[in-house]
Write a protein of this length. Structure first.
Length: 203
């Protein structure tokens, strides 16, 4: 079932895309460099994994979400997120990847021309991501980055894929926020695998 009250956002919008357990975790326990995503992490992404074990476009209404993030014009993701996946090999659906960080990148990042590290704050990083995306949206990844983008007022929307599982521990998506944030539900896509809720940040 799909319920959609979204309106087209003028220009480029920054949209957080995250799969999350019902109790608010985006990574399981023991989320360490040699176990990225922690124990049970794959459970959060089964909705986009086919019978062959490969990521792919889901059938049915959830396929709209796959199309949506592949239509984004840039990616803004935290350093921890990108380093866990080796910056997606320098290619996340062919668009620029902006990484806000307090430190310069590892020299190996020079091999990835689409990857840019921004060290002068989340506001600057988001501005550069939106400029790179032009009239398309910016895909945002990472809990720490999402929290700071909300705090700075530069995150426009949240696309949460709520998975029907309780992790009981792990890395929460919103463990530290400076104040209450009001959201407006603009779309709900309900499937047996997940409930996909899109929110707009009220300002």
């Amino acid at each position: 079932m799909s319920t959609d009250r979204a309106q087209q956002v003028e220009g480029s919008a920054s949209v957080l895309y995250m799969s999350m357990s019902l109790d608010g975790y985006i990574a399981g326990p023991n989320d360490v460099p040699d176990n990225p995503g922690g124990d049970g992490f794959d459970r959060l992404h089964e909705w986009i994994v086919g019978p062959d074990g490969e990521f792919g476009r889901p059938s049915g209404p959830a396929g709209e979400l796959w199309d949506g993030w592949n239509a984004t014009g840039a990616v803004l993701a935290g350093r921890r997120t990108v380093e866990q996946v080796d910056h997606w090999g320098g290619d996340h659906h062919g668009v620029p990847i902006i990484v806000p960080s307090h430190r310069p990148p590892d020299p190996s990042v020079a091999n990835y021309p689409l990857v840019t590290y921004v060290t002068d704050g989340i506001e600057s990083a988001m501005a550069q991501a939106k400029a790179a995306a032009r009239d398309r949206n910016v895909m945002v990844h990472g809990a720490y980055t999402a929290q700071h983008a909300l705090e700075a007022g530069v995150l426009d929307e949240l696309q949460i894929h709520q998975i029907p599982v309780l992790f009981g521990g792990g890395r929460p998506l919103f463990d530290v926020l400076p104040s209450r944030v009001e959201l407006e539900i603009v779309r709900v896509i309900d499937t047996p695998e997940a409930t996909h809720i899109r929110y707009r940040v009220r300002r």
